[in-house]
Design a protein around this ligand. Structure first.
Ligand SMILES: Cc1cc2nc3c(=O)[nH]c(=O)nc-3n(C[C@H](O)[C@H](O)[C@H](O)COP(=O)(O)OP(=O)(O)OC[C@H]3O[C@@H](n4cnc5c(N)ncnc54)[C@H](O)[C@@H]3O)c2cc1C
Length: 513
């Protein structure tokens, strides 16, 4: 991609993620933050560290003793000596790859000679990375940023951005419903309301909607809401729009997906999970007939025919060339669980975002309408310029200034519904993986290294990472793509690209060197 385009994209990404409300003073900061994205704190790219050993306690993981039944699964068992596919990372991507491999093996007539052995290796407890610490929204983008994407890429590619997210989110909802997991994973299909704080934001949103509509993007379920309507119905004195959206308990969903994959491995696959097993290196050996990887952990090594990097923000720890602005930038997000002062009958059930998508929140389901719900709210990074928590890979602490913004946010919008003096019941951080483009890398790692003479060594190492804080409606779809690619490679067939996949996600369309 040309440099000007890249620079413009960075600007767009930062515009989308950094600031609210936009005012001239903050725009100065925005330009500065662009330089920050280009320049890591040390002045040169530094790979991420292994995930912190003592992360903050998140609502999803730590609010009840039985929330994470797989927390330490396999942490004491001996490691297998070899596996066909070694997946590093047990978040929605890693578990998603295992799930899709097993589903595809069960449903397709692929010529896989022996049961495929799949091992998942996780540095900490099961699903204790971003997936176990996020905001819980499973909301595909409906149309925002359509005009920019159409201008930067083309109409077909712009449409795929939304088609892909709709595919991923509706597949997850379908799996949840078909298996009867909705109440186990707290699925709420309550819609998502975006508040538009400034005239400029409203103007851009309408432009995106009109351009998307002209391009015949599916806009079913999108509804514009006036300030008066939002004020009367919810007490929010801003205009906005509603789009289809869901929220879930992400850890419980990923637990169900793992258990389902394990139960359906059947005759075609075997699946094992090894938590508390940080991978410290991946090395490569070639013999006359074949080449294999050695995945080195603190509990021994596994010989693997293929490796999947499902480590998102931490990817550059094992793949150091992904450190820095062209790769995956660890970025800390903060979330808290706070109690409303009124019942759900007055809060209602939709999920929300505001601040150009920067602040996001939703009420947890309650048994009775009059019960005061717990609200999960994330965001607030705009408080910690000039770096906005970019290049921070430590989730063992919260940031007090981000916490202050989060505490003040809801009482300042919904008068009388939140007590400005009440303290959150829990507050935590997690690490997101940002990319310059805002989109993930998906495919063989070798394709990122066009000019590297050692690129062949990475051919059977795969990656899906870099969701830039918007992974729930994307990671499971990217995992599906990796599973398809791996099975095509094993069965010596050409991988057929799904028509919903944005081209720019694919590693062979991206360069990090
Ligand atoms: C605070 C916060 C709020 C967010 N809110 C939302 C939201 O509301 N909606 C949304 O769509 N997205 C949200 N996101 C983004 C979303 O959570 C992520 O994009 C998604 O969970 C990424 O999933 P993953 O499986 O790729 O990564 P992760 O869930 O981070 O999993 C990666 C795993 O790899 C492990 N690992 C890393 N290195 C190694 C190693 N060397 N050896 C072994 N294991 C290793 C980690 O411990 C981790 O468990 C949020 C993220 C954060 C942090």
């Amino acid at each position: 991609m040309r440099d000007w385009m890249r620079t413009f994209l960075v600007f767009c990404v930062l515009l989308g993620w950094s600031i609210m409300p936009i005012n001239p003073q903050l725009l100065g900061k925005l330009e500065h933050s662009q330089k920050v994205l280009e320049t890591p704190p040390s002045g040169h790219p530094t790979p991420a560290k292994l995930p912190s050993r003592n992360p903050t306690r998140s609502f999803w993981i730590d609010s009840s003793p039985d929330a994470n039944p797989l927390a330490r699964h396999g942490s004491q068992d001996p490691l297998p000596s070899k596996a066909d596919v070694c997946i590093i990372g047990a978040g929605i991507t890693g578990v998603g790859v295992a799930y899709h491999l097993i589903e595809l093996l069960n449903n397709a007539s692929l010529s896989v000679k022996h049961p495929l052995s799949i091992a998942i290796l996780e540095a900490r407890d099961f699903c204790s990375g971003a997936t176990g610490r996020n905001g819980g929204h499973l909301t595909p983008a409906a149309f925002l940023e359509f005009a920019q994407r159409q201008a930067l890429f083309d109409t077909v590619e712009a449409i795929k951005s939304y088609k892909f997210e709709q595919h991923t989110a509706s597949l997850l909802v379908k799996i949840i419903e078909e298996n009867g997991w909705a109440s186990d994973v707290d699925l709420v299909e309550g819609g998502h309301i975006n508040l538009l704080f400034t005239e400029k934001e409203a103007e851009n949103a309408h432009k995106d909607f009109d351009t998307a509509s002209q391009a015949q993007l599916n806009l079913d379920g999108v509804e514009w809401l006036s300030k008066e309507e939002l004020e009367e119905e919810y007490g929010a004195p801003y205009s906005g729009f509603r789009e289809p959206g869901n929220n879930v308990w992400p850890l419980k969903l990923v637990t169900k997906l793992y258990q389902h994959a394990q139960a359906h491995a059947g005759q075609y696959a075997s699946l094992s999970l090894h938590t508390r097993t940080p991978v410290t290196a991946v090395t490569h050996e070639t013999t006359d007939n074949s080449s294999t990887y050695t995945v080195v952990t603190n509990r021994g090594s596994i010989s693997c025919s293929r490796v999947v990097h499902a480590t998102n923000a931490y990817a550059s720890y094992l793949l150091p060339f992904l450190a820095g602005p062209n790769g995956i930038i660890p970025t800390r997000g903060q979330v808290m669980a706070t109690r409303a002062s009124v019942g759900t009958d007055q809060i209602k059930i939709p999920s929300w975002s505001a601040n150009e998508g920067f602040a996001y929140w939703f009420p947890r389901p309650v048994k009775h309408d009059t019960e005061k719900p717990l609200i999960i709210i994330g965001g607030g990074r705009e408080a910690v310029g000039p770096r906005y928590e970019l290049y921070v890979d430590d989730d063992s602490e919260t940031h007090p200034l981000v916490g202050k913004v989060l505490r003040e946010f809801l009482p300042s919008i919904f008068e009388g519904k939140y007590d400005p003096l009440s303290e959150p019941e829990m507050e935590w951080t997690g690490i997101m993986g940002f990319t310059k483009m805002g989109d993930p890398f998906v495919g063989s790692v070798a394709d990122l290294l066009v000019a590297d003479p050692n690129r062949e060594l990475y051919k059977k190492q795969y990656i899906a990472a870099g969701y830039t804080g918007h992974g729930m409606p994307r990671a499971f779809g990217c995992a599906e793509v990796l599973a398809q690619m791996i099975l095509a490679e094993i069965s010596d067939k050409k991988w057929k690209e799904p028509d919903w996949l944005p081209q720019r996600y694919l590693t062979w369309n991206r360069r990090v060197e």
